[in-house]
Design a protein around this ligand. Structure first.
Ligand code: EPZ
Length: 417
């Protein structure tokens, strides 16, 4: 179990570079199952989750070579195996994203049931119902989901909720189906758009990209191609809060503000000024942090993946803020840990109330999931004394070399294994 040890109160300054989007990389890697040939992907973040996905694709028969940091060559000379094993799906539930492209190419898939995780049960019923709309037969045995179809036939799919990986899975199953597929109430996250742009570059016919209604006209064949993944908007949001906490002395490189319109609107309401100078973005607190009332929503609303990080900023507001978590049923896991650092946060049903405090004071805490861990790092950097974050491996799933990048800004942070 890794620990991060942070001596708070240091003055941080310098520049931090945003890496490629984890949640665009994962579906984009699985899309290589859809067409044989050689792909070169760039701006791929060096993350544990990406390593797990690469291991899984190798298990299915793809040849994957790292050409340089952030650049990978994937060669699909045919799918050798259609089963995603328990240990790989357990290590990362987004492995379930192979089901759509396996159906799209081999019309067959056997994937270990993705368990829940710290933030919720994470069911996949919307994925499975959508596959059945496309003519896929779903059965379950020994903890595996089997999916099979003689032919995938285009259909109209109405998603009860704009599920991100559900939309991605269904698009990848539909791109080579017979006829036209419409996905209503599709997820509009930029990572879904990035996948659709890759698929169209491979020869798919997807329209309505970045809207809640996707139309996919099935094609017989797709071709391999090269592609560059978009920057990670959750990293951008996390580092904007970091920059604000250090009065704009931290410049963020490779950031795209168009990916975070609602988030920027909300933090500007809290009294943060976000500035873009050339290719850099920075943020600073205008006078004081105003309390906020925020609710997480599907894109383009406020992203649930930035909810824990916003909470750290609101700990220092002058007054009471509320955050309503509408996406996951258990995503306030950072609250008891922040309270150990001196925050004053209470939870009632799906709303957290954050009372502003003067300061935070370091102590021992535990990261329960990736974004809760990010919140604890932000808190540890501004808290007095030392903060020890247990189970810090959660952070390495979603933030490449976070310790190294923060040390480069002058943070006194080290990893202890
Ligand atoms: C994606 O998860 C992201 N992961 C998550 O990021 C992100 O928090 C989430 O979207 C919401 O934006 C990846 O893209 C790999 P959902 P996903 O399906 O697709 C319910 C991170 O930190 N639901 O949009 O699994 C579900 O229980 C991670 O990078 C069903 O009920 O999220 C949840 O309450 C965390 N049935 C809600 O919908 C289904 O079939 C949103 O889930 C599918 C989802």
């Amino acid at each position: 179990m890794a620990k991060f040890i942070i001596k708070g109160g240091k003055k941080l300054s310098g520049e931090i570079e945003v890496k490629g989007a984890k949640n665009a990389t994962l579906p984009i890697l699985t899309a290589t199952l859809l067409a044989s040939g050689v792909y070169t992907f760039s701006n791929i973040p060096e993350l544990k989750d990406v390593e797990v996905m690469i291991d899984l694709l190798r298990h299915l028969g793809l040849v994957i070579k790292k050409l340089a940091p952030h650049t990978y060559r994937i060669t699909n000379q045919g799918i050798k195996n259609i089963e995603a094993p328990y240990e790989l799906v357990k290590a990362m539930r987004a492995s379930f994203l192979v089901m759509g492209p396996l159906l799209g190419s081999a019309k067959k898939a056997r994937v270990s049931m993705p368990g829940g995780c710290a933030i919720g049960a994470r069911p996949v019923n919307f994925h499975l119902n959508g596959f059945e709309n496309l003519g896929v037969k779903i059965t379950v045995d020994h903890g595996f989901i089997n999916a099979e179809a003689k032919e995938l036939i285009g259909a109209e799919i109405n998603l009860p909720f704009p599920t991100v990986t559900g939309t991605e899975n269904l698009v990848m199953a539909a791109v080579k189906a017979k006829g036209r597929t419409i996905i209503n109430n599709a997820a509009r996250e930029p990572e879904v758009g990035d996948l659709c742009n890759l698929l169209n570059k491979m020869g798919a016919k997807i329209s309505g990209i970045n809207t809640d209604k996707l139309e996919i006209n099935g094609v017989d064949k797709l071709q391999a191609c090269d592609y560059e993944v978009i920057p990670d908007r959750i990293e951008i949001g996390t580092f904007i809060i970091l920059s604000a906490l250090f009065q704009g002395k931290i410049l963020i490189k490779n950031a795209r503000l168009d990916l975070l319109v609602d988030f920027i609107k909300k933090i500007e309401k809290a009294g943060i000024i976000v500035e873009k100078t050339g290719e850099y973005i920075s943020a600073k607190i205008f006078k004081k942090i105003n309390p906020l009332k925020v609710a997480t929503e599907p894109y383009p609303g406020f992203p649930t993946d930035l909810q824990p990080q916003l909470m750290v900023l609101l700990n220092l507001a002058n007054g009471d803020s509320t955050i309503e978590e509408n996406i996951f049923e258990n995503r306030f896991r950072q609250v008891p840990e922040l309270n150990r650092l001196g925050a004053k946060i209470t939870i009632f049903e799906k709303t957290a109330t954050i009372t502003g405090v003067e300061k935070l004071t370091g102590t021992e805490v535990t990261a329960t999931d990736l974004r809760a861990g990010a919140a604890l790092v932000l808190a540890g950097l501004i808290a007095e004394n030392t903060t020890t974050i247990n189970e810090a491996e959660h952070l390495e799933r979603g933030y490449e070399d976070l310790v190294g990048r923060l040390q480069a800004l002058g943070a006194d942070i080290k990893k202890q294994t």
